[in-house]
Write a protein that binds this ligand. Structure first.
Ligand SMILES: C[S@@+](CC[C@H](N)C(=O)[O-])C[C@H]1O[C@@H](n2cnc3c(N)ncnc32)[C@H](O)[C@@H]1O
Length: 221
């Protein structure tokens, strides 16, 4: 988490900018939505784009589209025949996302599912190389359990806002902070993944599904 505004500004000045379309989407989101701070923004957007470009995923799943900023960033790293599935429950913000996917020329690469992730994820007949959890923070654990079987061994799962403005260590009573503490502990204790909690922006959990898991006796064919 970069609390120091000057330092964040300096970092942004020494990072490639995200381009005119995403700047326009950020402006549009600020003008037309009630909670524009939910948008990833240029710093995290560039990180998501770079991680995706490193992984070169064939399939990406995003839970929580909002106005489409992070989906556009993640889609930049897709393999040429790759697809990103993104899920959003709110049709108003989803319509902004759809417009910007079209303007980004990504309408063939991005499928937006309108609905509750809890029903959409189990119905997806895909295995993903990269999953981005960014919907309701109280639901992270539930979404993780639903998404985990859809992640390929060796694939990566990212979860945003896991430090909740530092409240995971500072505020005992905040209900969202409690849910995120439980989520972070669950990931830390999950032997099926190796994980890294990055103190970047609002905290980004990176988890890699192990590909060296030996099936327990009785679990395999
Ligand atoms: C933090 S915003 C996503 C921000 C976006 N990923 C970005 O970086 O620009 C979370 C979004 O998740 C949506 N959401 C919350 N709970 C959901 C659920 N159960 N299923 C689908 N979408 C949900 C909200 O409507 C909201 O638009």
């Amino acid at each position: 988490m970069l609390d120091d505004e000057k330092l964040l500004k300096y970092c942004l000045q020494h990072s490639t900018d995200t381009g005119l379309l995403l700047q326009d989407l950020e402006r549009h989101t600020n003008l037309r939505t009630l909670n524009p701070q939910m948008l990833s923004g240029p710093f995290q957007g560039m990180l998501l784009k770079m991680l995706s470009q490193m992984i070169r995923p064939r399939r990406i799943l995003e839970i929580g589209t909002f106005t489409g900023y992070s989906a556009i960033c993640l889609a930049q790293g897709l393999e040429s025949n790759g697809q990103l599935h993104t899920i959003e429950a709110d049709d108003e913000v989803a319509s902004i996302a759809t417009e910007y996917f079209r303007r980004a020329g990504l309408e063939q690469k991005i499928t937006l599912h309108l609905g509750d992730a809890a029903s959409v994820v189990p119905a997806l007949d895909e295995i993903f190389d990269l999953i981005f959890l960014d919907a309701g923070k109280m639901d992270y654990a539930r979404h993780y359990h639903l998404a985990y079987p859809k992640l390929r061994p060796g694939g990566f799962l990212l979860a945003d806002n896991v430090l909740w403005s530092g409240k995971v260590v500072r505020d005992e009573k905040d209900a969202t902070a409690q849910a995120l503490r439980a989520f972070n502990t669950m990931i830390q204790n999950d032997d099926r993944v190796e994980n890294l909690l990055l103190p970047l922006r609002d905290g980004l959990m990176l988890a890699r599904k192990r590909d060296d898991i030996v099936p327990r006796p009785g679990n395999g064919p």
